[in-house]
Design a protein around this ligand. Structure first.
Ligand code: IPE
Ligand code: IPE
Ligand code: MG
Length: 242
């Protein structure tokens, strides 16, 4: 077992808002609203624990297929939450980055994205990547198209640096709330060697205790990256390094 340590980069599929609302006989959008509160709490808790990058899945390329009412509600909520929260995020040292396809977003949403990125660009405490209109396949195709147009060779390094999270290291820990055991087109490329934690807790209920449990689980694992256990243990026998 490795010594207890905090992941540098945590990525989260914030799932379960709709079920949280259904259980309370509330409209699904009420769950999404509570989801924003949960994200604020989680970002603060991550910062307090020394996490430096938090990446969250807020709206997938496929979420456009939901009923119009929910999509419109989510877009409105996103624009409102940005406008309301940006000054606090700025004061807290959070650098906001939006990751995903911007074509197809409304002028209002785009303005909120651009403004809040500009307002928080100089912050360095915590990078908060919000994946919005994002899909892992989109990310890979987008990067490949960029490379193809640039004349650069295609290899893991050039492709990585053309991807949307090139400004941060790969996630150490990927958490999915809401009980589903799937990745739903999240960070397909970047999660190649991430540790995964699937929890039943619905996203609006995901609190500091749940975060600590996920971090504790992470810190008890041995990340081998293809090597043997003997190679990565600090007091490995001579000749086993590499
Ligand atoms: C995740 O919660 C938020 C988004 C996808 C926007 P859901 O809305 O998927 O909640 P469930 O899975 O239906 O409970
Ligand atoms: C994944 O959740 C996307 C986000 C959390 C934004 P979904 O609720 O869209 O995933 P599926 O449809 O259950 O796979
Ligand atoms: Mg869901």
């Amino acid at each position: 077992m490795q010594s207890s340590h905090v992941p540098h980069h945590i990525a989260i599929v914030m799932d379960g808002n709709g079920r949280w609302a259904n259980k309370r006989f509330m409209p699904r959008i009420a769950g999404h609203k509570q989801g924003v509160e949960s994200l604020k709490r989680c970002a603060k808790a991550c910062d307090a624990r020394g996490v430096r990058v938090l990446t969250v899945f807020a709206f997938s390329s496929e979420n456009w297929k939901r009923p119009t009412e929910e999509v419109t509600g989510l877009m409105d909520l996103f624009a409102m939450a940005l406008a309301r929260e940006v000054q606090q995020l700025k004061a807290d040292g959070v650098q906001l980055r939006f990751v995903g396809e911007r074509q197809g977003l409304s002028a209002r949403v785009l303005k909120g994205i651009e403004q809040s990125e500009a307002d928080t660009a100089a912050n360095t405490r915590l990078v908060l990547n919000v994946c919005f209109n994002y899909g892992g396949r989109w990310d890979i195709v987008h990067a490949a198209a960029k490379l193809a147009g640039s004349g650069q060779p295609v290899n893991e390094q050039t492709l990585s640096s053309a991807m949307s999270l090139a400004h941060v290291p790969d996630p150490d820990l990927v958490i999915r709330t809401g009980g589903e055991l799937r990745i739903s087109n999240f960070l397909l490329w970047q999660s190649a060697y991430s540790e995964f934690e699937f929890v039943d807790t619905l996203w609006p209920d995901f609190d500091e205790i749940a975060l600590d449990a996920a971090i504790a689980s992470y810190s008890s694992r041995e990340r081998r990256f293809g090597k043997t256990s003997e190679q990565i243990k600090p007091n490995a026998p001579a000749g086993a390094e590499g």
